[in-house]
Design a protein around this ligand. Structure first.
Ligand code: OGA
Ligand code: MN
Length: 200
């Protein structure tokens, strides 16, 4: 599987792995995301980095909760272990030099969206690959909420089906179309070393 993902990334800069996690696993992650949401553990996502970040509900209206590296809840620890395996597998298959991984839960309430953007910051190019693991049961085309990737040869839409992992180059433009029902996911980024032209 890691070789297929590495090949896809080299050839077209994105890859989709349906059933990346077993149903029993992602359903527990979905339960965790819903609980984080109902218990007020999530915050409105901000746009931009650190001190210069801002609330821009016109740009993005999801709610997020960052995972700490030492999480102890088994479903979250298992997810981090699985992503660590993927990081090592991609480094072996494609010499990508991925150093670490950062990730957050995301809940898009009905109507929420994220307009066209890149995940790599202008002043901080460490984000190499973006990963989104979807946590939605029985997603229907009418539910909206597709991820739209803007590729060199046109746009491609991906439905946020539970257990599927999409992975793409973090400098690709993409957007989340408005969903008609609650949309759950874990978004993450494999990072490389900072480049000399990055500014602190
Ligand atoms: C993001 C993002 C896409 C998705 O969180 O930066 O683009 O499909 N998410 O949730
Ligand atoms: Mn993004």
């Amino acid at each position: 599987l890691y070789e297929k993902i590495a090949t896809d990334l080299a050839q077209r800069r994105w890859s989709l792995a349906p059933g990346f996690l077993a149903d029993t696993h992602w359903l527990r992650l979905a339960e965790r995301a819903r609980r984080a949401w109902t218990e007020g553990e999530l915050r409105p996502a901000r746009v931009g980095q650190a001190a210069s970040s801002a609330l821009r509900p016109d740009v993005r209206s999801d709610w997020i909760g960052w995972l700490e590296p030492g999480v102890t809840r088994p479903e979250l620890a298992d997810y981090l272990a699985r992503m660590e395996d993927l990081r090592l597998g991609l480094n072996r298959s494609a010499y990508l030099g991925l150093l670490d991984f950062e990730t957050h839960l995301a809940v898009y309430p009905p109507g929420a969206a994220y307009s066209r953007h890149r995940d790599r910051f202008a002043r901080d190019s460490r984000r190499a690959l973006s990963t989104i693991l979807y946590l939605n049961e029985d997603w229907k085309p009418d539910d909206g909420g597709a991820l739209r990737l803007h590729l060199a040869d046109g746009a491609r839409e991906i439905e946020p089906r539970g257990g599927a992992l999409v992975i793409f180059a973090s400098d690709l433009e993409h957007e989340v179309l408005p969903a008609r029902r609650e949309r759950l996911s874990l978004a993450g980024w494999f990072r490389r070393r900072a480049q000399a032209r990055d500014t602190a």
